[in-house]
Design a binder for this molecule. Structure first.
Ligand SMILES: C[S@@+](CC[C@H](N)C(=O)[O-])C[C@H]1O[C@@H](n2cnc3c(N)ncnc32)[C@H](O)[C@@H]1O
Length: 229
């Protein structure tokens, strides 16, 4: 099915928009609708930014990959890398695996882990977490950040996209969406300053904070965290 919900693909970003349309087309029903919304929220401009910060080779982790939309995008855009998506939800992972198979994207795999307990045990070239850390308890989230730093190769990079606690009205909007999507979860939002303090304590430096301003009412932040070479 050719999806026309995305902007036309005759511009320089055509191949990326086509890729997003193909990824959306690999899902069906409600998940397809969800993926359209998700690619609207984390749209091409944000994706391109994240993509340029991640390495071209080696293992890239997608922490809390959900249905695998962005793991599939990154794997397709970085054919020399191996993208590993981790999530606690086996149903989401099975849907992600089916989408990868449909799209014939082979440099991606999906594994079930609880990030409250899971610890990386091999060298990582890069990692990212999109709207996931606020689903993880603060203490285990901090431990995970420490271990990620330890396992990242020198010069490696970790991208943390999450939700700021201000403006309050935007946090409130995001909170209700989270409740709708994950009614059984508890949420542990932190301010941009609190994230920066913790990431510094975990060893990352420098850390760049980018506010992802948008027309949508999300207080998005992207933290670009380096492990010094
Ligand atoms: C808001 S969704 C984001 C999914 C994906 N990163 C995206 O941007 O589309 C949060 C994801 O975190 C996962 N998650 C929540 N708690 C988790 C945990 N303790 N361990 C692993 N994954 C978890 C959920 O299953 C869900 O897929």
């Amino acid at each position: 099915m050719k999806l026309t919900l995305l902007e036309n693909s005759s511009d320089a970003n055509g191949p990326k928009r086509d890729l997003i349309a193909r990824i959306i087309g690999a899902y069906s029903g409600v998940i397809q609708l969800y993926s359209i919304v998700r690619f609207r929220i984390i749209h091409l401009r944000f994706l391109e930014e994240m993509e340029q910060y991640l390495p071209e080779d080696g293992v890239i982790l997608d922490l809390g990959c959900g249905f695998g939309l962005f793991a599939l995008y990154m794997a397709a855009r970085k054919p020399r890398a191996r993208v590993i998506g981790l999530d606690i939800n086996s149903r989401r992972l099975n849907i992600a695996r089916a989408a990868a198979q449909k799209l014939q994207i082979t440099n991606v795999e999906f594994r079930q882990h609880d990030l409250n307990q899971w610890r990386p045990d091999t060298a990582i070239a890069g990692a990212y977490a999109l709207d996931v850390f606020h689903h993880i308890a603060v203490e285990s989230g901090n431990r995970l950040l420490n271990d990620l730093f330890a396992r990242l190769k020198s010069g490696g990079r970790f991208l943390l996209k999450d939700i700021d606690t201000r403006p309050r009205v935007m946090l409130w909007f995001t909170y209700w969406l989270d409740v709708l999507m994950s009614p059984r979860d508890q949420f542990h939002y932190r301010s941009a300053a609190a994230w920066q303090t913790q990431l510094r304590a975990s060893g990352f430096a420098p850390i760049y904070l980018h506010y992802l301003w948008d027309v949508l009412p999300y207080p998005h932040i992207l933290l670009i965290c380096d492990k010094p070479a």
